[in-house]
Design a protein around this ligand. Structure first.
Ligand code: 5GP
Ligand code: MN
Ligand code: MN
Length: 316
């Protein structure tokens, strides 16, 4: 066990925690595992979590109804912990408190991490930030709520234990969490496979209109604002689309983009074996991992796709 987090917690009377904007299961699990750990073991510490609103499917994690989604107070924290976030601008509501805090720690697993905190615990080989956090907490002081939060993060970011980064350590840590009575079936179905009718419809439509590029080595899927409005879906309903595109046989690379504003698109990239998509995302001002990365880009869809495919072709 690495005692860096525990040591810092012992000297703090107030702690703020934040994950990245557009929270995913790893970011939520990371933030709330630490939050619940502090609530359980450091009863005198004043602790807050800053996260944007996130999908209902993650609300079973304890603490979900205690999250602050604004930056309106003037609190100055003794310690601020950033999780699963490669750069400061990813912290959203947390940025203000991170900047004013007396001490900051970043716990992450993104290869593109920008070392923006006083202390950085980075393991770019770890499949999730929750896997990194597992090593920072005393296993004898966790309970089922904390185990569920950590398990959710591990499941989410490892693609249910199938992505390349999934190691023996990942499996061993997840295994330890089962001892706390985590309902693995419910978490895996709920976080990964269950879709609303509308989510299935939009995914079907995007797959239907997807196209193969580069002799079938790359697949492109896209969604306009108009289409999102037609199916009455938001960005939170796009989870899993890029992963389905990635599964297309024969492809190395998947690109998925959806319109977030006027001439603005959120781009997700995935690869299977040799394309380093993190490099491409960093090139366009984003970040991520070797096999999963993303960024936001301005321009027409045509221009954006041209720019991205040019970068992918350099590696294919
Ligand atoms: P997704 O494609 O699922 O949104 O993200 C894949 C990975 O890339 C995640 O680990 C996520 O944190 C990272 N990522 C996605 N979008 C951005 C972005 O705009 N900036 C940075 N720095 N990382 C991103
Ligand atoms: Mn994340
Ligand atoms: Mn993560």
């Amino acid at each position: 066990m690495n005692d860096i987090l525990i040591k810092n917690l012992e000297n703090a009377k107030s702690v703020g925690i934040a994950g990245h904007i557009h929270p995913d299961g790893d970011c939520i699990g990371s933030s709330l595992s630490i939050y619940n750990y502090i609530k359980l073991n450091y009863k005198d510490v004043d602790v807050d979590v800053y996260l944007e609103d996130y999908p209902d499917k993650f609300h079973f994690i304890k603490g979900s109804d205690e999250i602050t989604n604004n930056d309106k107070s003037d609190k100055v924290y003794d310690l601020f912990i950033a999780v699963d976030s490669s750069s400061l601008d990813r912290l959203g509501y947390g940025i203000k408190y991170f900047e004013s805090a007396k001490k900051t720690i970043c716990i992450d697993h993104h290869i593109s991490n920008e070392y923006y905190a006083d202390e950085v615990v980075l393991d770019a080989k770890a499949s999730s930030a929750c896997e990194v956090i597992f090593d920072l907490l005393d296993i004898d002081k966790i309970n089922k709520d904390i185990a569920e939060a950590l398990y959710l993060g591990m499941v989410t970011d490892s693609g249910v234990f199938k992505y390349e980064q999934t190691s023996r350590k990942t499996m061993e840590k997840a295994g330890r969490l089962l001892d706390f009575g985590v309902d693995t079936t419910a978490i895996i179905d709920g976080a990964f496979y269950e879709k609303t009718y509308r989510q299935n419809q939009i995914m079907g439509r995007i797959l239907l209109e997807s196209m193969l590029l580069m002799d079938g080595k790359c697949i492109l899927g896209y969604c306009t604002k108009k289409l999102m409005d037609f199916y009455n879906v938001g960005k939170e309903d796009m989870d899993g689309v890029v992963d389905q595109l990635r599964l297309t046989k024969g492809t190395e690379c998947a690109i998925f983009l959806y319109e977030t504003g006027d001439l603005e698109f959120k781009v997700s990239l995935r690869s299977k074996r040799y394309v380093d998509v993190s490099k491409i995302a960093v090139h366009f001002g984003g970040g991520g991992h070797i096999r999963a990365a993303g960024f936001t880009m301005n321009g027409t869809m045509h221009d954006i796709v041209n720019n991205i495919t040019e970068q992918i072709e350099l590696q294919i």
